[in-house]
Design a protein around this ligand. Structure first.
Ligand code: AMP
Length: 273
């Protein structure tokens, strides 16, 4: 496995490889969620690149950029064991200059949910993913359904900028009690870890209601918010796969999304129906 930080070195090395190329972009502190993306990439591709880069432009002032977990040595071991071919581990100066060209998230889909509370976040995400796609030039790129809005916007960017990469969506990996894995879970105290479980429980409640054929979005949201109490709810939304609000759940075309604050940690989760 090669570990490369320099963009030109990576591009030159990749020119010598003409196998099907899979790409898994990450911000590191790898867990089984990331590993599941890597495994999917390994299944479909002969050559797999993982990037580890805590992208500063997607953090707003006052967010956790400075304390975001960094475990490069452990991450590199995980990648080696998983059969990754290249870990791209750039520094900020390898990716960004000054007076930068940047992408803007779309005005509607980019400014609801996460985009509403974190204006500019998705500009940073799209800018860095576009840069990474241009550097790695993958055939397939793997993203988690856990970050549903991110996945949706990246798929939109690929379509609208006519990029030559196929986006693959990977199911959310959870702890055995249901909590969605996230690099930010390490911020949780023991007490908060218990409280955080309310997020996946609220989604479980929604799926129980659907089993009882209750499809009304308002009714479902009310029950979910009861379960989430006393957490501060960022949003509970019921959307179709195009990220439009819907009043009735349409099985096969719905995502139910939750964001809640546990202590000072903002956690996301969702289910795809
Ligand atoms: P991050 O390092 O948090 O930027 O995540 C890198 C990729 O891993 C993104 O595509 C995430 O959606 C995905 N990911 C994060 N957590 C999970 C999870 N629990 N299950 C599946 N994919 C995940």
């Amino acid at each position: 496995m090669k570990i490369i930080s320099d963009v030109n070195e990576l591009k030159t090395y990749l020119k010598t490889q003409n196998e099907t190329r899979g790409f898994v972009p990450t911000m590191g502190a790898l867990h089984d969620g990331h590993l599941s993306l890597i495994k999917e990439a390994k299944k479909a591709c002969d050559f797999v690149v993982v990037s580890i880069f805590v992208n500063p432009t997607q953090f707003l002032a006052g967010e956790d950029l400075d304390k975001y977990p960094s475990r490069n040595d452990a991450d590199i071991k995980i990648c080696a064991l998983a059969g990754v071919d290249v870990v791209f581990l750039p520094q900020k100066h390898n990716i960004y200059g000054h007076d930068e060209v940047s992408l803007k998230a779309p005005n509607v889909r980019g400014f609801v949910l996460e985009g509403a509370t974190r204006p500019g976040h998705f500009d940073g995400v799209l800018t860095v993913v576009n840069k990474l796609f241009n550097i790695v030039n993958p055939d397939y790129a793997y993203f988690g359904k856990k970050d549903a809005q991110q996945l949706n916007l990246i798929a939109l960017m690929v379509k609208q900028l006519f990029l030559d990469v196929k986006i693959v969506a990977v199911d959310t990996v959870r702890e055995s009690d249901g909590l969605a894995l996230s690099s930010r879970n390490i911020y949780l105290s023991k007490e908060e870890r218990k409280e955080a479980l309310k997020i996946s429980l609220s989604l479980y409640e929604a799926s129980k209601m659907l089993q009882k054929k209750i499809y009304d979005a308002k009714e479902i949201k009310v029950e979910m918010s009861k379960i989430l109490e006393p957490l501060e709810i960022g949003y509970i939304e019921i959307l179709n796969r195009d990220f439009e609000m819907i009043e009735q759940v349409e099985i096969g075309n719905t995502i139910i999304l939750v964001e809640a604050l546990v202590g000072t940690t903002r956690l996301l989760d969702n289910i795809w129906l």
